[in-house]
Design a protein around this ligand. Sequence first.
Ligand SMILES: [Zn+2]
Length: 638
Amino acid sequence: MLRHASALVLASAVGCATIAFGCRTAEPPAETDRPVTTSTPERDIHSYARPHEVRVTHVALDLHADFDRKILNGTATLQLHRSPSASTVVLDTKGLDIQRVSAAGTDVKFSLGDDDRILGRPLTIELPASVNEITIAYRTSPEAAALQWLQPSQTAGGRRPYLFSQGQAILTRTWIPTQDSPGVRQTYSARITVPRDLRAVMSAEQLTPTGVETPTGRAWDFRLTQPIPPYLIAIAVGDLAFRRVGARTGVYTEPAMLDAAANELVDLEKMVAAAETLLGPYGWGRFDVLVLPPSFPFGGMENPRLTFATPTIIAGDRSLVSLIAHELAHSWSGNLVTNATWSGFWLNEGFTTYVESRLMEVLYGVDRARMLQVLDRRSLDAEIKRLGPTHKDTILDLDLSGRDPDDGVSDIAYEKGATFLRTIEHAVGRKTFDAYLRGYFDRHAFQSITTAQFLADLRQHLLRGDRQLEERLKVEEWLYKPGLPDNAVVPTSDALARVEQDVNAFAEGAAASSITDASAWSTQEWQHFLVSLPEKLTTAQLTDLDRTFRLTERHNSEVLFAWLRVTIRNRYEPAMPALERFLTSQGRRKFLKPLYEDLMKTDWGKDEARRIYARARPLYHSVSTNTLDPIISGKSSS
Ligand SMILES: [Zn+2]
């Protein structure tokens, strides 16, 4: 998933023999004959499942979407791989109404355990001898955290309702009873029945491109033959239109947004081709993008075959599509090789952020990639400063005991992870590191691994017994110690250094109009300029900036966001209507959280924040309101 605007990857064309991803997707390794790993698998503390006894290998859904009651209703049929001694299977559920469990048409006994605030309830099912398939009849709760049911008024079109899911990290259990652990990879198929005027899409191959008429609505069939962690099972239902932009790429969105979205994402095919030259064949078939209604809480979510994306990337000038490159990079890092538990989240996001930067370099040149690295490093330093350099959440291999994995997610996994990989690249050389990375994806394709397994792999295939190199790289310090090791590479950008000179001149009294090259600045140069401005500016300075560069009127969400932060801390009144518009017209947590926090830090802004939040809250996703409620009520710890 994407936290930052910057996003993407790797080098030199490789064939199937080198990186097996693309070649092996037609026939993924069976769950039961995965290679023996080099260390003991970590138990996933965020799942009740006991996959060493019984493992879910396939989920077949038959669900009806009831927009009046805001529930999904139907069955999940699970295929199981059991050890001979196992007599029960334990699944994860949260808020599910389990009506019946059966095997071969006969009811079997089941029980729901105590409800844990974070984990939900274990569903324990007694397995008759030799049964390898069970069917669970159930329905979701209207409050299911993974599902957002939008009123027509919350969509771009304004006439039809909308549903979309977000499974990461541990929310899939709120709509599917399964082993909801990223270490338990599953294939899936689905029949989704929806009202006749709506269309269903999923992170899977579409088997019925126009749907099938049924007595209760229109049914849409899907299947995904590659085993994935269950957080990647995703659905959206709405008034959706589709437009092809390339041979295997296209855009789904509401009809009202189709032209703008397709225009913004016209380079999708080029991106996939660029990623392939770096990482090997793209192995998931299609790469389509679903541009969601404004309440989507994330930048993007790397659901296989169908990336979910915020509409805030539609800037009109294709300047923010690097976000898509990040999600595309996840097709390798995250979806092909996945963190086995949420402690290893950096294996998904650190690798993806590294790869994203390499992809930006291929697509847009080294200057752009360096700018993004400098901005990322800046946010990493700020995050370590905010948490404190000895805080345990600055450790890559996270300790999430007793916590929701979402609470431990920060820039650390992304930026510290990417900086670690960049530091290794710098030490061993790009050619050597690229060969290692391609091997890494190949060796662990369709597997979920832990930090310890990564370390074992690094020692075996890159360090190869070179103790001096390992010490010089400070590998264990990077993985298991807080803060930033002192050998971290420092990214530099000439373009951003020039921007800093402009900032200094402006801070010392120069007029905004003296910054002559600003008209040609990229999004990244604007971001850097705005975040580098002094804490305190006079109203005259703010007015000068705004009149010269029309910052309050910007449609580029990243530039507007950076400007709004400046205006809040200096109480620049002319920007306040734009602030309110921004907070009430999109629900991306990355933008909302800092802006509300900034408001709550001021005397005058607290009431404003509460007033705007009361208006905007119905628009936001639970992922965002879970973060924002404590901030607005003043109970936030940060
Ligand atoms: Zn990501």
